[in-house]
Design a protein around this ligand. Structure first.
Ligand code: FE2
Length: 182
C-alpha cells in the first residue's frame, strides 16, 4: 500500500482504452455519520475478465491452479472528514469461464481494526447478475450493486458503504475508539 493515499484514486487501467468507470460514494459509520481515515483497497479483472499480473510488481498472493493472482488493476483510497471516495478505472469484464458477474473486490481497513472484505461492486445492468444471484448477496457493507449512469462519456456508479454492516464479528465504532456507549 502506498504511504500517501487520497480520497480519489486512478487505477493503472484509467489511461488505457476501454469503458471508463467511476465508483464513488460516502463511507459511513452505522449511525450514518461520515467515516474518515478509512482505506478501501479494490482490485478487479481486465477487459477479458482476467487478473493480469505485472512482473515488476510484487505478488501479494500466490497464483491459484489457474494461474490467477491479484491483478495489476487495483488501487487504494483513504477517506477524508467527509467520508467520500472516488475510484477511477475501467469497467471489468466477467471471468472468461463460468457465469460469475463482473465485479470489483473491496477490502476495508478502518483505523484500529483488522481489514475485512465487503460485498463486491456489481453492476445492475450485468445480464449475469440474475435474480437468483441477487438474493444470495450478503450485503456486507451495504448493497454493492450499482446502477451505472453515463456522464461525459464515463460510467458512474454510486455506493455508500456502511462500516461493519452484516460483517460477522465486526467490533464497531465504540469498541474501535475505546470509548463507551453513549
Ligand atoms: Fe474476482
Amino acid at each position: 500500500m502506498p504511504a500517501e493515499l487520497s480520497w480519489q484514486d486512478f487505477s493503472p487501467a484509467w489511461n488505457l482504452n476501454g469503458p471508463r468507470l467511476v465508483l464513488t460514494g460516502t463511507v459511513r459509520h452505522s449511525d450514518g455519520t461520515p467515516a474518515r481515515d478509512v482505506v478501501l483497497y479494490y482490485y478487479h479483472t481486465n477487459l477479458e475478465g482476467r487478473y493480469v499480473h505485472v512482473p515488476a510488481q510484487a505478488r501479494s498472493m500466490p497464483p491459484n491452479e489457474l494461474g490467477q493472482t491479484h491483478g495489476a488493476w487495483r488501487g487504494w483510497v483513504r477517506t477524508g472528514a467527509d467520508g467520500k471516495y472516488s475510484i477511477h478505472t475501467l469497467r471489468p469484464a466477467p471471468y472468461p469461464q463460468g457465469d460469475e458477474p463482473a465485479h470489483v473486490h473491496v477490502t476495508v481497513l478502518e483505523p484500529g481494526l483488522s481489514e475485512y472484505w465487503i460485498d463486491d461492486f456489481l453492476f445492475a445492468d450485468d445480464p449475469l447478475l440474475t435474480p437468483e444471484r441477487r438474493v444470495r448477496l450478503e450485503g456486507r457493507g451495504g448493497d454493492g450493486v450499482v446502477e451505472l449512469h453515463e456522464l461525459d462519456g464515463v460510467l458512474v456508479g454510486e455506493r455508500d458503504i456502511v462500516l461493519g454492516l452484516d460483517v460477522p464479528g465486526h467490533r464497531g465504532r465504540q469498541a474501535a475508539d475505546g470509548g463507551t456507549q453513549r
